[in-house]
Ligand binder design. Structure first.
Ligand SMILES: [Zn+2]
Length: 401
């Protein structure tokens, strides 16, 4: 399966300039390609194919005085940037034709210089890992890398990113072997926590650690500070960077914690079932936002790829089911349940339930039932490796624990 590994880069001043040029050129090529396609479409000329687009945007572009500076950066960067655009279009068309399921994939949009995140992608002819550990990037030079963990295989491409906190990263996609863990008989369902990050069918409550909650409070304070600063002022600029740095810090800590917890859950259980988040949000619209704030999407993605990596079963329950309002003991469904109710007694069997543990037990039961159905049809439960995003749309630069 393919996984993404991310390492911090420390380019010097000249390399930062070279990278800024590359980010700029990649963005311009992407936007030029997008505008050409939009114009052709408006003029009723149909879709410009990939080869034609590359010829017009890169080859012919370089010959014009307005775009002559595209020659200053590696052509690999430019070609990859157009490839990302093509991929974004294909993803959009695939969803529209119903070939791929996704909640919302929009048409590609113009990239701005002011976007917090800037990225370029290089294929193997555009970079080399040197014997001394430096990362050679074509037309940039030998860049200092902190190899925080071993890269398990030869990477076929690298994405170089500058994030909103002005940090640089190299992100590699590599093929890794599956490493099945010894079998266990324990299986669990996890309910998206309302009072907790998550609650398992075994009764365990997973709470975000105190340091993370503290860091998140500080983040909210910096947000307020920024909104009080005058637009366009130097102080506002400073406050913005401070906020971006705190954002990065919180994101990193949350990420580390998600890794720890997801690895633990996958180690301890042979099968893990969770509600599909899009479906869960249907029943809990008011809470959808707080669910996403808690980083559930990322956590669930980690569970999914780690299950595939360690030979465990993982499934999302994507059928809408009233998991909260159904007794996990006898199946009786109660009409309504206020959000304030933390514990309740089943009117039929008299069982006393913790609200979230009961929901998690129902999720586990649904997961097992769907597995049985799948076996009945002679189909094994599907195991999907972690999605590998493109430079332009990457939101999941996960790395192994
Ligand atoms: Zn009952």
């Amino acid at each position: 399966m393919r996984l993404r590994y991310r390492y911090r880069l420390y380019p010097d001043a000249a390399q930062r300039d070279a990278l800024a040029r590359a980010f700029g050129c990649a963005r311009v090529v992407y936007n030029d390609g997008l505008r050409l396609r939009q114009a052709a479409f408006s003029a009723g000329q149909g879709f410009i194919d990939d080869g034609e687009l590359q010829k017009r945007v890169i080859t012919q572009g370089k010959r014009t005085p307005e775009r002559a500076w595209l020659s200053e950066v590696s052509s690999v960067v430019l070609i990859q940037s157009l490839r990302d655009l093509n991929r974004a279009y294909r993803a959009f068309f695939a969803v529209r034709r119903g070939e791929r399921r996704a909640s919302a994939v929009n048409l590609p949009r113009i990239k701005s210089k002011r976007d917090g995140r800037q990225a370029i992608r290089l294929t193997s002819n555009g970079f080399t890992v040197r014997d001394d550990g430096k990362l050679y990037l074509t037309k940039v030079g030998d860049v200092e890398v902190v190899w925080s963990r071993r890269l398990p295989a030869e990477p076929s491409s690298v994405t170089v990113v500058r994030d909103a906190a002005h940090r640089y990263w190299a992100s590699f996609v590599v093929e890794v072997e599956e490493q099945p863990l010894p079998r266990t008989d324990i299986e669990c369902g996890i309910d998206l926590g309302l009072t907790h990050f998550g609650v398992t069918s075994g009764g365990e409550k997973i709470a975000a650690p105190r340091f993370l909650r503290r860091a998140e409070r500080k983040l909210r304070r910096l947000h307020r500070d920024l909104s009080r600063k005058q637009k366009g002022s130097a102080n506002r600029q400073k406050a913005r960077l401070k906020l971006a740095r705190q954002h990065a810090k919180v994101a990193d800590r949350r990420h580390d914690w998600h890794h720890q917890e997801s690895t633990r859950v996958i180690r301890e259980n042979q099968a893990v079932f969770v509600e599909d988040l899009a479906v869960a949000a249907l029943g809990r619209t008011r809470l959808a936002k707080s669910i996403h704030d808690a980083g559930w999407t990322r956590f669930v993605d980690m569970l999914e790829y780690k299950a595939a990596l360690y030979g465990r079963e993982f499934a999302k329950i994507d059928r809408f089911a009233p998991t909260t309002k159904t007794c996990s003991c006898c199946g009786t469904r109660v009409e309504r349940m206020s959000l304030r109710v933390r514990e309740w007694d089943c009117p039929s069997c008299g069982m006393r339930h913790d609200r979230d543990v009961n929901a998690a037990r129902n999720i586990l039961a649904l997961g097992r039932r769907e597995r049985l159905n799948a076996c009945g049809e002679g189909v094994r439960p599907e195991r999907v490796p972690a999605a590998v995003d493109e430079a332009g749309t990457d939101r999941s630069e996960g790395a192994l624990p």
